[in-house]
Design a binder for this molecule. Structure first.
Ligand code: AMP
Ligand code: ZN
Length: 457
């Protein structure tokens, strides 16, 4: 039985889908005004593994990840760059796709852009106005009336008075209550706007996600995910406005990913302490980055350091070493390792424990290799099968060992060719000399029936 930690109830709950065999899964997407950083990668790699695992467990998952392409930060950045908002957001949407593809993130089934859902947002706001859950203020902006939704604060586990004491009251505030949040901002000079029955303007951020998720997954769906920072106010507001519109529960399970931190601070564009995905991919292969992001539990914070990335590489090196030089085989059936892997993943997607099972499996593979190569190969096939649920170990081991070979690749290959020629001509001293030369370069070689392979020490 799969258990997932639900922020709403602060407990691990046995997961049951609303419709048998099907899951609606929504994760809040990127606000596309800059390159994605490695903190984004953490949230989306975690969501990716959840979706992969739910699918592997037999559910048909509809995975929705939106694009926020209208927002204050976008408007500000476009003005600074003297660029149209749409040119800016198109550019960074493309960059995001390139980065996410590089990290082998499963593409969402739907990737709605906020600006394509303005009519649906207007419809929601109209319903909220009719039901008196929203009001138009003197400046033309429309606000959600938080006091009329008594469950407000349930997700972040605060009551209204606690929340109120933490909020900054704006001077000349036009809101009835400081907690009220904007649904529609009336037109400002020089800013993009949309026509609406309540005047020209643009949507607030929170209503965007309600409109996109409900349009694609229905009023009531299974799993809503995002980074921890979104619990309050974004997700709290999504619940309030969606449930007041539909009179139905919005999302059943709320999943939040811990921050990726730089030292003690959250990595974020607004703090200016970001390392972009493309920066990291200059120095590490995508699989090493994925491993780094997944090796601690998705709810714990993760500190970004080059050291931890190097450890990720070493861990993958051990797993790929086990997979080397194995003949083709079908995967081992009814293995205890498969059972343990599933138990770990069923326990709130406990990837660190699942990875430790993969290491045990790789040890077993190495243990049996010398007695029964075919059995070792079946263990190898199982290892690859299970690792696929994490998006790992899907390339040929030899490719992994040569990936980051850098500028000395040609030299290594030509030394190996020269050594093989020397061995062919039985010039053993020459062959040993070349082996030593490679060792001095930090390259270990292994001679197998199929040929010579190498790896960096
Ligand atoms: P944004 O583009 O800033 O709206 O963020 C998009 C998604 O990435 C949201 O779900 C955020 O919670 C998540 N996110 C942003 N920064 C981090 C971080 N440092 N660690 C983990 N998730 C993050
Ligand atoms: Zn959202």
């Amino acid at each position: 039985m799969l258990k997932i930690y639900n922020t709403l109830t602060q407990s691990k709950e046995t997961f049951q889908s609303i419709h048998s065999g099907q899951i609606g899964f929504y994760v809040c997407g990127v606000t596309v005004y800059d390159y994605c950083h490695i903190g984004h990668a953490r949230t989306y790699t975690s969501a990716d593994v959840m979706v992969r695992y739910l699918r592997a467990r037999g559910w048909q998952v509809r995975y929705v990840r939106n694009i926020t392409d209208i927002d204050d930060k976008i408007i500000k950045r476009a003005a600074e760059k003297n660029e149209a908002c749409v040119t800016l957001t198109d550019r960074f949407t493309k960059a995001m796709h390139d980065d996410f593809d590089a990290l082998f993130l499963t593409p969402p089934d739907d990737e709605p852009r906020a600006t394509d859902y303005i009519p649906q947002m207007i419809q929601l706001i109209q319903t909220l106005l009719e039901k008196e859950h929203a009001y138009q203020a003197s400046n033309g902006d429309i606000y959600f009336d938080v006091r009329r939704f008594p469950q407000y604060g349930a997700l972040s586990h605060h009551d209204l008075s606690q929340l109120e004491s933490g909020i900054r009251v704006e001077v000349a505030d036009v809101k009835r209550d400081p907690l009220d949040f904007v649904l529609w901002k009336s037109e400002k000079p020089g800013e993009p706007f949309f026509e609406s029955p309540f005047g020209r303007g643009r949507p607030g951020w929170h209503i965007e996600c309600s409109a996109m998720s409900m349009s694609l997954l229905g009023n009531h769906f299974d799993i809503h995910a995002g980074g921890r920072d979104l619990i309050f106010p974004h997700h709290e507001n999504e619940i309030a406005q969606s449930e007041c519109c539909s009179n139905e529960t919005f999302a059943n399970t709320w999943v939040h990913v811990g921050f990726l931190q730089m030292d003690k601070e959250k990595m974020s564009k607004s703090l200016g302490n970001t390392v972009t995905i493309r920066d990291v991919l200059q120095r590490h292969t995508p699989e090493v980055v994925r491993y780094f992001l997944l090796a601690s539990h998705y709810r714990s914070p993760l500190v970004y350091t080059e050291d931890v990335l190097h450890q990720a590489k070493q861990a993958l090196t051990r797993l790929y070493t086990a997979l080397r030089f194995l003949p083709d085989a079908t995967r081992l059936e009814n293995s205890i390792f498969e059972k343990q892997f599933q138990e770990a993943m069923d326990d709130d997607f406990n990837v660190p424990v699942a990875l430790s099972v993969l290491f045990e499996l790789s040890h077993e593979l190495q243990r049996v290799r010398h007695q029964d190569l075919q059995l070792a190969a079946s263990h190898g096939a199982l290892l690859k099968y299970l690792a696929a649920m994490l998006g790992l170990l899907q390339i040929e081991p030899e490719v992994f060992f040569q990936f980051d070979s850098g500028e000395d690749l040609e030299e290594i290959e030509s030394l190996i060719a020269a050594r093989n020629l020397a061995r062919l001509n039985k010039k053993w001293a020459k062959a040993d000399e070349i082996r030593d030369q490679l060792l001095a370069m930090g390259i270990a070689i292994e001679d197998q029936a199929a040929g010579t392979s190498w790896r960096r020490n």
